[in-house]
Design a protein around this ligand. Sequence first.
Ligand code: ADP
Length: 420
Amino acid sequence: MNPPRRVLLLTTPTSYRTRAFVDAAERLRIQALVVEDTPEVLRVSRPAGFAVDFGQPERATEEIVRLVAELPVRAVIPVDDAGTVLAARVATRLGLPSNDPDAALAARDKWLMRQRFAAAGVRAPQAQAFPALADPREVVADLRFPCVVKPTRLSGSRGVIRTDGPDQFVAAFERVRHILASDGIDLAQAWILVEPFVPGFEVAVEGLLTDGRLHVLAIFDKPDPLDGPYFEETIYVTPSRLPENVQARIVATTAEAARALGLWTGPIHAELRVNESGPWVIEIAGRSIGGLCSRILEFGTGMTLEELILAHAVGDPVPTIARRGGAAGVMMIPIPARGILKDVEGLERARAVPGIVDVEITARRNHRIVPLPEGASYLGFIFARGDDPAAVEDSLRRAHRHLSFRIAPELPVVPLASRR
Ligand code: ADP
């Protein structure tokens, strides 16, 4: 008897991606069991198995295996970075097709990733790892500048800082350490990476692996320079305007990177920088594109990216993975300042710009917004379509110019005793 059309989705309470996967499952008539990362203290109020602590992978694996003994699934799918390693562990235990947990870990941990790339000869910056508690003044003498300081396990460019000299390096190292500490990460166990800054422009590759073969779903140009000191993503536009031969090298390097880590099945999202030496892999993750960016992608006869991933995972036939719909782009709206978001103006005018499909502000009014390198969430997204990539980029920029954000400064907390 065939197991029911059911999948397990691993997600976090703040993920931007859950809704898109749940909607896709519904359209494909697949039942989705959603399991959320939930710290131990909050678990009492949630039914067993549906809330597990991703930070305790052994225990989480056992709990999920028990849950799916009652409710068998055909695939375990991480909706974003947080669940990739756990998904591989659970799927491997259940004998379901998946990446090896070791490969999933190498795609999640930037230090392991750098080591695998170096061993396999993949063109990527050569990183050094220092204990998070190391004294940056003691390591600075041996460094060459510019270099990039970054944590090993965060995402969305959090804590990624370019430094051009010793003083900046010391400050950046301490800042990354502070970010790790404020995330509750045990500094005694944590590492901080330092690697050469790779000059050039940047692209992202969205792909799907089947038995180790890479199918490219989209190559995105990132027309805004990403030269630091912080690396806030803004515009993604597809198809790429790069010459065919450059695109071919980007694809070949992405495939090499996946192979070097042992990634074998499911979605990948890669970031590469390109300069006169060719493409350099900054990172390849075993998950699909983040935020709400996937909304601009449509495949075959109108499938969403999430439908494609789910269909691939449960073994439904996928007639074609060709992207359709001309040129498309998204802007992750830059965060102009730290503070409390009070108001957004110009939404209707931005939406009325020709080519704009939608503008969605995801940050909530009266909530704190925090820019990089500390920030972990988006202000919002602008989506556009058009006949060609240049027109799409132009629509995104014009729409963005209509938006203005009123951000109130955060007031310092005054201790009660000193309030007179
Ligand atoms: P995350 O997983 O948090 O996004 P990445 O390692 O992918 O972290 O870095 C985020 C961004 O920072 C990259 O997309 C790139 O723009 C920039 N970056 C990171 N490392 C380097 C590097 N060695 N050289 C140049 N830019 C880098």
